[in-house]
Every structure is written in C-alpha cells, then in structure tokens.
Design a protein around this ligand. Sequence first.
Ligand code: IMP
Length: 194
Amino acid sequence: MSEVASVLFGREDIRRRVEELGRAITGDYAGREPVLVSVLKGGTVFLADLMREIHLALEVHFIAISRYGDAEESMGRVQILLDLDVDLAGRDVLVVEDIVDTGLTLSYLLSVLSARRTASLEVCTLLDRSVRRIAPLTPRYTGFDCPDLFVVGYGLDVDERYRNLPAIYAVEDVRMLQEDPGLLAPMLVGPDGG
Ligand code: IMP
C-alpha cells in the first residue's frame, strides 16, 4: 500500500465479478454467437478474463481509436486508427470496455458501429463512473460502479504505465504520479517478492 494509490477493487473481487458477468452474458446470448469488440488498449485485460467466462462460441475483434484532445474537448469524436476486420451486419455485438466515464467516446463509437447494421449492440464495462456521464448511455453489463477518482491497473494506465497491475487502484494525486511515474512501482512486485 502507498499514499499515492490504494486498492479499490482487489484481484479476488475482480475475479468473482468477471465470473458473474460471464455467466449473465452466457445466459443472455444462449443460442447466438456474439462478436466481442474491445477498444485498445485499456479493455484488453478485462476482455481476456471475461471471454474465458463466456461459455459460448464467440468472436473477438479489436478496434483502435485516437481522440482529438480529451473526451469533452472532442465531444467524443474519435479517429479510427485500426478498424475491425469483420462485417458486423446482422451480428450480435458486445463492446467490452475498461471504464465508461463521460461516455462521449463510447457513444460516438456506438453510432459508428450501429451504422453497420448490427442485429444488436450492447456494452459490457468493468467500471462505470456514472457520476461523470455526459452522453446518455447505460451499459447493459457493469462490473463495478466507480467513484470519481482516477483509477489504474487491470488494463487502465497512467501515461501507458501500470496496465499490468493485477488489482485496480484509486490514485489520490494523478499529477504527482505523472511527475514521478516510479511511485507505483512497488506495487508491481510479485507474490514471491521478485
Ligand atoms: P469517456 O469518453 O470520458 O467515457 O472516456 C473513457 C476512456 O477514458 C476509457 O476507455 C479510458 O481509456 C479513459 N479513462 C477514463 N477514466 C480513466 C481512469 O480513471 N483511468 C484510466 N483511464 C481512464
């Protein structure tokens, strides 16, 4: 534990919740073959665990986007850097996200995807920081409600670091961490201390 960040959702909490989400999705999509769409890079750790808890035939595809400034400046408008290599027409699409914050990026992305005439289009997010929502958007599946604190770990980064932390940490002072990115390094130590 450090003063810069503290555990918000531990490994075991995440494991249990991901299992529950997988069970719900397995039931809801029974008889169908969903297409999971993950937005690089934050959602990939969640996706890797979630897909193994969904006991159905499914496909996984990735999309990479870049924002024009922050979500509010850009009103969610994004440039697609890497597009999906699958035809979504008539498919049951489930977008897998790390966190929905203002919802601006995701609602723009959903409008792009729904124009491809999907049979259904839903969102599964690990974290929902609904207090900051600007775009009206309610994910069909949510892992945890997230307080209005910057979070890192389990796919979520600070300037590209710490995606590999196995738990989710709330960062008390993001600026301090940006100035000294080494501050969370002690948390990367493995169970054997190595
Ligand atoms: P939105 O358009 O404001 O909903 O932005 C959502 C995206 O911003 C997420 O997919 C994350 O990549 C990033 N993001 C938002 N909040 C955090 C955070 O607390 N930690 C790390 N990334 C975040």
